[in-house]
Design a protein around this ligand. Sequence first.
Ligand SMILES: *[C@@H]1O[C@H](CO)[C@@H](O)[C@H](O)[C@H]1NC(C)=O
Ligand SMILES: *[C@@H]1O[C@H](CO)[C@@H](O)[C@H](O)[C@H]1NC(C)=O
Ligand SMILES: *[C@@H]1O[C@H](CO)[C@@H](O)[C@H](O)[C@H]1NC(C)=O
Ligand SMILES: *[C@@H]1O[C@H](CO)[C@@H](O)[C@H](O)[C@H]1NC(C)=O
Ligand SMILES: *[C@@H]1O[C@H](CO)[C@@H](O)[C@H](O)[C@H]1NC(C)=O
Length: 379
Amino acid sequence: MFINFRRVRKCQFVQLISMCCVLSVLMVCWEELDHHVVSHVKSYSYRYLVNSYDFINRSLSVSRREADSFGRFPYIIDHENTCVGSDVLLLLFVKSSPKNFKRRHSIRSTWGNYTSLRQKLGVTVKVVFVMGIPADGHERSTLQQKLLAEDEIYGDLVQQNFSDTFHNLTLKLLMQFRWAHARCAHARFLMSADDDIFVHVPNLVRYLQVLVQQGVKDVWMGHVHKGAPPVRRKSSKYYVPVQMYQWSSYPDYTSGAGYVVSRDVADKIYHATLSLNASLHIDDVFMGMCANMVGVSPQEHVYFAGEGKAPYHPCIYEKMITSHGHEEDIGYLWREATAPEVNDVSSGLLGKLYCTAVKMLLLCKPYFSNTYPCRAAFS
Ligand SMILES: *[C@@H]1O[C@H](CO)[C@@H](O)[C@H](O)[C@H]1NC(C)=O
Ligand SMILES: *[C@@H]1O[C@H](CO)[C@@H](O)[C@H](O)[C@H]1NC(C)=O
Ligand SMILES: *[C@@H]1O[C@H](CO)[C@@H](O)[C@H](O)[C@H]1NC(C)=O
Ligand SMILES: *[C@@H]1O[C@H](CO)[C@@H](O)[C@H](O)[C@H]1NC(C)=O
Ligand SMILES: *[C@@H]1O[C@H](CO)[C@@H](O)[C@H](O)[C@H]1NC(C)=O
């Protein structure tokens, strides 16, 4: 048989080169792959095969005195009477930072204006901005003066004496549940939100009113993270050393950007915080650990955003609850999303078909999984 040696060699050469390329790419990316793929596979398998987090109870329990010491910072700004004498449907904590004056101002004049919410919706929503003290020692006293002046006008800040830093977010979580327990335990629902999110409060209130009518308990809803692995890359701000959390998977939790719990759950979480080691700095993961301990699991609500920004469209506005990453456009979004016309857009069969089509176009793109999942188009 006639064999073309030159051809074979050429083929093999090409194969060899491509093999080398693939190998070197693999080697260069191996660390990333190792971190991302391997840890996710491990963590998802754990989540779906074992799904027991009893070790949290066993390993992270501390004495009441030790647990107390994590959250025992004196209040510098406090309001004892925020909830007194009113039937509070929703106590809404906004996790803010001392320097974010502008964000607080935007929120107060839009979705956090409880005077106008009371007038329009006929329910009581209380908005409280929670924070620590300015982390930068140089600016501390001037910023603090400005905060006191701001609180003089609006009376809606609550501040504890700990440094307001990313790594102290769990202290802010403890503060919210402790403050709610002490000052607003009768609020029917409690929400925790970042100060750069948009909350469609009218939609949320309508949803909560239905839950109240049905007498629903054990509510913890938001954008759910299932079987998330701890990040072991030292450069990440979510880095958690093995000594702090040695297992391959976190219990399920809702994104800290915005979630809602019912009164009974808030109470249970409060009690869990009294017996857990709160040194894990990722506040939403810590919340998941507390909930796991008291047997509460999160429920996915498709219109709570994780990281992403919701598309601008009336068909979205009609259903949306939260959207992340808003600062400049809060005023615009508030006007657009709460305009009376929004409720008409999907009325009738044609309207429904139209909105389903629009939402499929906006949410079901393969490369886009940021805000609401594709199935939100059909709900
Ligand atoms: C909140 O709404 C009320 C009533 O609609 C209005 O008078 C007030 O100026 C608003 N507050 C802010 C901070 O915009
Ligand atoms: C806050 O804590 C620091 C020490 O951590 C202390 O020096 C300061 O007096 C405290 N401030 C208040 C108002 O309690
Ligand atoms: C958290 O706050 C405490 C009290 O102000 C401070 O001593 C500590 O350095 C802060 N931790 C981080 C990681 O910022
Ligand atoms: C809490 O956990 C941290 C990190 O794992 C550990 O260093 C600390 O000693 C623990 N605290 C208590 C009171 O057990
Ligand atoms: C966790 O442990 C506490 C006692 O330390 C116990 O009361 C509680 O029921 C346990 N929770 C679970 C889910 O096992």
